[in-house]
Design a protein around this ligand. Structure first.
Ligand code: GDP
Length: 298
């Protein structure tokens, strides 16, 4: 499918063996190849530029060692820098000292929030938590039913507005859900919110109102890895409109190379915490920066 970055750099740097250091020209030639690899992986251009500047700086000082050929050495630097930016180690969920812990999900419609709500609930249940899902996406027809189906599959409780009461007020639903969670001793509450296909001010305000009503311990921004370069604008809009403490990348089972991960992380500074990689509830895992780095580099 793609030439790997390592293959490409090997051909660029094949005459380098025996030199003590990478020259300026070698580094420039290498940077071009890295730039192509990152753009092919759908990393946003400003992020590519910043990243390359960083790698160049490190490559300048690097000596060509005996053990690795220069191409391998540059790939090693790129890989290490990439893992560093992607978060180094996986960040874990912060649980509230006083339960329930409230986790709010935000993201565009279709990003995979409702599916993720079920996955996260199932995963938490497996760790002896007693999660409850809350249907605050009252915008999309069927979203409530979809969450109920997902909840049933995950074997967890779902709090939803009573049918027949019109669209309903998601902020009120969220508030009542927290009371219910306390009463029924659910220690984690996962709040699904509405999202439009594009960023939408009214829904962003709704999400902010829900946030203010439930004071979440974590707000997870859910983003589809397939949206590639658009991830930057979407992430910035959600950062400014609602704010978030962590990121979940979805649809990693698709053929996206994962540039969205690097872009979102670099632009917002928030950690990527989970990866969703399929439609089934068990297609879910903590995010691993090293695996993502290999995927982005090809
Ligand atoms: P929401 O609008 O953000 O709540 O998104 P949904 O959870 O309804 O997901 C939108 C579509 O993407 C559904 O058809 C899901 O089955 C699908 N989906 C969600 N997560 C994944 C994933 O990780 N991989 C794949 N292939 N499909 C997913």
């Amino acid at each position: 499918m793609f030439d790997t970055l390592s293959d490409r750099l090997t051909s660029v740097l094949q005459n380098l063996r025996g030199k003590g250091r990478l020259s300026e020209a070698d580094i420039d030639a290498t940077a071009r190849e890295i730039r192509i690899a990152l753009l092919e992986a759908d990393v946003a251009l400003p992020v590519v530029r910043a990243f390359i500047a960083q790698v160049k700086e490190r490559a300048k000082g690097a000596e060509v060692s005996g053990a690795l050929n220069p191409a391998q050495q540059v790939v090693k630097i790129v890989n290490e820098e990439l893992i560093g930016i992607l978060g180094g180690e996986t960040r874990r969920l912060q649980f509230a000292k006083q339960p329930p812990t409230v986790i709010m999900l935000a993201g565009l419609q279709g990003s995979g929030k409702t599916t993720l709500a079920g996955k996260l609930a199932r995963w938490l249940k497996g760790q002896n938590h007693a999660p409850m899902l809350v249907a605050c996406d009252l915008q999309r027809p069927n979203a409530v039913t979809q969450l109920q189906v997902v909840g049933e599959r995950a074997g967890v409780a779902v709090f939803a507005p009573e049918p027949g009461n019109g669209v309903g007020d998601p902020v009120d639903v969220a508030r009542r859900a927290i009371d219910e969670a306390k009463r029924a001793q659910h220690d984690v509450v996962i709040v699904d919110t509405a999202g439009r296909l594009g960023v939408d001010e009214e829904l962003m305000k709704q999400a902010a109102d829900i946030r203010d009503a439930v004071e979440p311990d974590e707000i997870l921004f859910v983003v589809d890895a397939m949206i590639g370069q658009d991830a930057v604008n979407t992430a910035e809009a959600f950062r400014d409109g609602v704010g978030f403490s962590g990121v979940v990348l979805t649809k990693l089972d698709g053929d996206a190379r994962g540039g969205a991960a690097l872009s979102v992380r670099q632009v917002t500074g928030q950690p990527i915490m989970f990866a969703s990689n399929g439609e089934k509830l068990e297609d879910f895992d903590a995010f691993h920066p090293d695996r993502m780095a290999s995927r982005i580099l090809g």
